[in-house]
Design a protein around this ligand. Structure first.
Ligand SMILES: *Cc1c(COP(=O)(O)O)cnc(C)c1O
Length: 395
């Protein structure tokens, strides 16, 4: 097994462990299946497989594959350990952040009431309204409706107070999204009216400090993706916060066979993998990662800036976890290609390169360093320059 561990570590970190020889797999599965490889200049997005897991996570998952445990024991013990690590009252591993939202919402509706638990999403005489700011309506709000809720949108604090009533199950907030009502005000109103608050902070890590800060802010519940910046198993996530609410969320999921969330099963490997992801992230030197990312984006920016009429500026913003990226612009009179088309040419080229564009970057073109492997920053910069030059006006 230790050979296998070394092997996996080398697979994942072959580029950084200079002394270790690159492994050879016995099969090239993607090639067999006709799946094309790509260079990831977007970042650890779910649609592209998320982040690479920490080697420590793979070891924990290996352990769980070979050592079975009672699932309730595992669920609770891992939850207690994670809660201790992050300073929340309680915690549970979920099947991703979306699943944490579904189960938490169901839990706020049902508590431990069997009649409701067994009849969601069609329960009668149940609190079934979730309040959120209109500006927080987003890609994943479908998850809030899965257990049978109706969404109530508000804009101002007055709207919020007027919207709260006997049917209110929960108040939902998305971290880092704009809105007239601040997070602390949202939490205060929740406490004043005794309505549970849930904060989606799925992609705010790294830095891991954001997770610790969100827990401290005072939301009753908050949730995170496991397979993005936390570098845990792709389909795992975390629900953190009040014990009574998390026990109610748990009752709405597997192994409760009749629960609305039974399909959102968490594997033993994912329980241990998620726990070790949190442990590892807390110990990791994020500063060193940042230095590395800056080196790569500075290289790409400098290389692309050499073109006349092109600006490639290194930027950072809070929405992207303060990680640096290169923002590329050009004079449309000098290069006859749109940003969207450049993205498509890169995607359809050889090698295929994915970068951040369209809604992910509000119409801008961003090159990120987070997922680049050794030397790929050179390929990315060269391809961007090449395509721009091919489209130079007057050629
Ligand atoms: C990615 C993301 C989710 C979904 O997370 P999963 O772990 O893939 O279910 C939810 N909310 C936000 C803000 C996200 O960025």
């Amino acid at each position: 097994m230790s050979d296998r561990r070394t092997f996996l570590k080398t697979v994942l970190f072959g580029n950084t462990a200079a002394s270790a020889p690159l492994p050879t797999f016995t099969r090239d599965y993607h090639k067999e299946l006709g799946i094309k490889p790509f260079i990831n200049a977007i970042g650890p997005y779910s649609s592209l497989g998320g982040e690479e897991m920490w080697p420590e996570v793979i070891e924990a998952m290996d352990y769980a594959v070979q050592n079975k445990a009672d699932m309730e024991d595992l669920h609770d013990a891992v939850g207690r350990r994670i809660a201790e690590l992050v300073g929340s009252e309680y915690a549970m591993v979920s099947a991703g952040a979306t699943s944490a939202i579904i189960l938490a919402t169901a839990g706020c509706m049902s508590g431990l009431d069997e009649d409701i638990l067994l009849t969601l999403p069609n329960a009668e005489n149940v609190k079934d309204e979730v309040i959120l700011q209109k500006s927080h309506q987003y890609l994943y709000d479908r998850a809030l409706r899965v257990p049978g809720t109706k969404l109530v949108f508000v804009e101002t604090e007055d709207d919020l107070k007027n919207a709260i009533g006997s049917k209110t199950a929960m108040m939902f907030y998305v971290r880092k999204m704009e809105g007239q009502i601040s997070a602390s005000k949202w939490i205060d109103v929740g406490k004043e009216y005794n309505i549970p608050t849930l904060c989606d902070a799925a992609t705010t890590v790294p830095p891991i400090q954001y997770l610790l800060d969100t827990v401290k802010m005072g939301f009753d519940l908050c949730c995170f993706s496991g397979g993005k910046g936390l570098r845990g198993p792709y389909s795992a996530g975390l629900l953190l916060g009040r014990k009574d609410l998390i026990l109610a969320a748990k009752a709405n999921g597997s192994p409760n066979h009749e629960a609305v969330g039974r399909a959102m099963k968490v594997a033993p490997e994912e329980y241990l993998g998620m726990m070790v992801a949190v442990e590892t992230a807390l110990k990791h030197d994020e500063g060193a990662d940042m230095v590395h990312y800056y080196k790569l984006v500075n290289y790409m920016s400098k290389a692309i800036n050499q073109l006349d009429g092109v600006s490639a500026i290194v930027k950072t913003d809070d929405k992207q976890g303060m990680e640096p990226f290169v923002n590329v612009n050009w004079d449309p009179n000098k290069y006859k290609i749109s940003k969207d088309d450049l993205k498509l040419v890169l995607r359809n080229g050889n090698p295929c390169i994915e970068l951040r564009a369209m809604f992910l970057s509000f119409g801008e073109l961003h090159l990120t360093a987070h997922m680049l492997k050794k030397g790929e920053e050179i390929t990315v910069a060269n391809r961007v320059k090449e395509i721009l030059l091919e489209n130079k006006a007057g050629i």
